[in-house]
Design a protein around this ligand. Structure first.
Ligand code: NAG
Ligand code: NAG
Ligand code: NAG
Ligand code: NAG
Ligand code: NAG
Ligand code: NAG
Ligand code: NAG
Length: 550
């Protein structure tokens, strides 16, 4: 009787123990849970955008609805799932303890990311700040988000509780500050060296006059300022610096297109997460503004599946930085085994099938929230072969962020293992039934981790890992999207080898090649920086004459 009473009280905890008048109004959040003895929360980007609801006086504003399910982003969720499966099958790592996870989706909205973290912390769909209503198991940490702009609000909230967060993609250097973000760690490097890498790329090609496109949020503003400072420190000039965001109207986008068209700068630094520039790239093509070269920062994930064929043409010749990744043995066959019937408990599996095979389960268009159901789609069937489509759908030639989500899973597993499997004589031991997130945070900072194939990694005092990038270029040849690695950037390398690029592998587009001949003056190819030398000043002044200030 007593147990029953307790159960009754426990189940609707949020409703029973907080009087209705004391509760903030919120919305139901969709979460996905894979049960386990210990849970890791995940806040992932799966959709590339959202519909912002119109706000009326007559009714309470509705929540944001996500749109644009993107398989490459979904792959990051599967990367964490793959790590959890491997860990649960491993006899050495956390034996007899099952790791599970809870997943929420942020769809590129800061508001949704904040809401997700509160929902994860309180353990109910309608989040209750300051309440932990997890019924069965302990959630000890969070993986995510991929974008810095979304990771920042999450890190602010989690920092208050010293609740660990490991981002698999946020590179903003602001997050290294442990006074502001005490519980934030990441498996990608801070973009502190990115500014140097971008600036050295520009030096390498002898460009003196560049434009900048930056995402319209705090992260873009901070990052943009740092990149600009580094470029100017090297005696180069920024022709324009324009903001862009997925919420911009057509009119605002066309204004940016005009600025790009009218500028004589043919090289544009792109510092934005990719969903924010989708509409801009289409507009650039429609308005005939092609032949500019984009130099993308690590914030920009090169994911062809997200962009239209028109945007591909605009992206042709882009040179970009990508975080270094390693192979994930077994991941491809893991993806090949995905099936909506036998893996029906997978998050987003039905939606994935619909997107992959351009079909719908109901015959009424895609399940996706906010999707238009006007398109004429066939009914989905389970008897189709996924295998051949895997490389293209999942873009498996570049595992970045998925690999980093996978690493985050291993970071948690090793930290938990160290806490739970230690000798009682050791004072840093925890008991599984009473393990605390702050204990896990302590252990994460101290415990080296490694995936089954890969090097050992340790977080530094700021929760960062060492930086090194691949330098890649995009080639659209015969209608095919190719991503070619042309070099590396490694700040720890010997002087003269920090940046290493095989320039002959970069295919500039035709209009650009002609322009390049005019300015290419074989600069300091070694990658060593010589700021403000007389040579660069001379170059600068001659260029300024050719390009009257806009
Ligand atoms: C795991 O469980 C099995 C069976 O219950 C037991 O024999 C074994 O000792 C356990 N291993 C550890 C490390 O607790
Ligand atoms: C899907 O289910 C099948 C059958 O249970 C299983 O063999 C396969 O490993 C599962 N795939 C994944 C990705 O878990
Ligand atoms: C639906 O698609 C089929 C085959 O692709 C086509 O024949 C048919 O005309 C389409 N119907 C509509 C209403 O677009
Ligand atoms: C863990 O805590 C539970 C309850 O507090 C206790 O019964 C159990 O003996 C503890 N286990 C260890 C290994 O200390
Ligand atoms: C640079 O790329 C070209 C073309 O692929 C190749 O022939 C050459 O060997 C490369 N140079 C170096 C130093 O790797
Ligand atoms: C991309 O640029 C290369 C190099 O200039 C060119 O050969 C190719 O045709 C371009 N692709 C498209 C689709 O414009
Ligand atoms: C740069 O030029 C100035 C005057 O033109 C000269 O005095 C100075 O020595 C030069 N510096 C270098 C590093 O060449």
């Amino acid at each position: 009787m007593k147990t029953l009473l307790r159960l009754l009280l426990l189940l609707p905890l949020s409703a029973a123990q907080t009087p209705p008048g004391c509760r903030l109004q919120g919305w139901k959040m969709d979460t996905f849970t894979q049960p386990g003895d210990i849970l890791v929360g995940g806040i992932f980007l799966v959709y590339s955008g959202y519909n912002f609801p119109s706000v009326k006086f007559q009714e309470m504003p509705k929540p944001i609805s996500c749109k644009g399910f993107h398989i490459r982003y979904y792959r990051d969720v599967l990367g964490l799932k793959f790590a959890v499966d491997e860990i649960n099958n491993s006899p050495d790592l956390l034996p007899n303890i099952t790791l599970g996870f809870i997943l929420v989706e942020s769809c590129m909205s800061e508001l949704r990311a904040s809401e997700s973290v509160m929902s994860l912390l309180s353990g109910v769909e309608n989040p209750v700040p300051q309440y932990n209503c997890h019924k069965t198991s302990n959630m000890v940490g969070i993986v995510g988000d991929m974008a810095s702009a979304l990771s920042l609000p999450i890190a602010r909230i989690l920092g208050v509780h010293h609740f660990p967060q490991i981002s698999h993609g946020a590179s903003s250097s602001a997050l290294s500050n442990k006074v502001n973000f005490p519980s934030f760690l990441r498996t990608v490097s801070s973009n502190m060296f990115q500014n140097i890498a971008l600036s050295q790329l520009i030096n390498l090609f002898g460009w003196t006059w560049v434009g900048m496109l930056i995402v319209d949020n705090d992260v873009g503003e901070q990052g943009g300022r740092a990149i600009r400072a580094e470029i100017e420190k090297n005696g180069r000039c920024v022709a324009f610096s324009e903001k862009i965001h997925l919420s911009y109207s057509k009119k605002k986008i066309l204004r940016v297109v005009e600025i790009i068209r009218q500028s004589s700068a043919n090289v544009i630094i792109l510092h934005s997460t990719e969903p924010h520039v989708m509409a801009l790239f289409d507009a650039l093509f429609d308005e005939g503004v092609i032949g500019k070269i984009f130099i993308s920062s690590v914030s920009f994930t090169i994911t062809p599946g997200l962009f239209s064929r028109k945007a591909w043409k605009v992206l042709n010749g882009t040179v970009g930085l990508m975080p270094k990744t390693r192979p994930m043995p077994g991941f491809e066959s893991f993806l090949q085994s995905l099936h909506p019937a036998s893996n029906s408990t997978y998050p987003f599996i039905k939606l994935f099938w619909e997107t992959a095979f351009h079909c719908s389960w109901s015959g009424e268009g895609m399940q996706e929230t906010g999707a238009t159901s006007t398109n004429n789609q066939s009914l989905c069937t389970e008897n189709v072969d996924l295998k051949m489509k895997i490389p293209e759908l999942f873009e498996i030639y570049d595992l970045s962020y998925t690999y980093h989500a996978y690493l985050a899973g291993y970071a948690y597993a090793h930290a938990l293992h160290a806490l739970l499997m230690c000798q009682p004589a050791d004072r840093t031991c925890a008991n599984i039934s009473s393990i605390q997130p702050w204990q896990v945070l302590y252990s994460l900072k101290k415990t080296p981790f490694r995936p089954p194939s890969g090097d050992t990694i340790t977080f530094d005092g700021n929760g960062d890992v060492s930086a090194s990038y691949d330098i890649v270029t995009i080639r659209i040849v015969n209608g095919e999207f190719q991503l070619v690695t042309v070099g590396t950037f490694n700040p720890d390398a010997k002087a003269g080898h920090v940046i290493d690029v095989n320039t002959s592998q970069i295919l500039w587009n035709e209009r650009f090649s002609k322009m390049l001949l005019n300015v290419f003056d074989a600069p300091e190819i070694s990658g060593q920086m010589k700021s403000g030398t007389n040579a660069s000043r001379r170059l600068l002044s001659s260029f300024l004459i050719k390009n009257p200030l806009e």
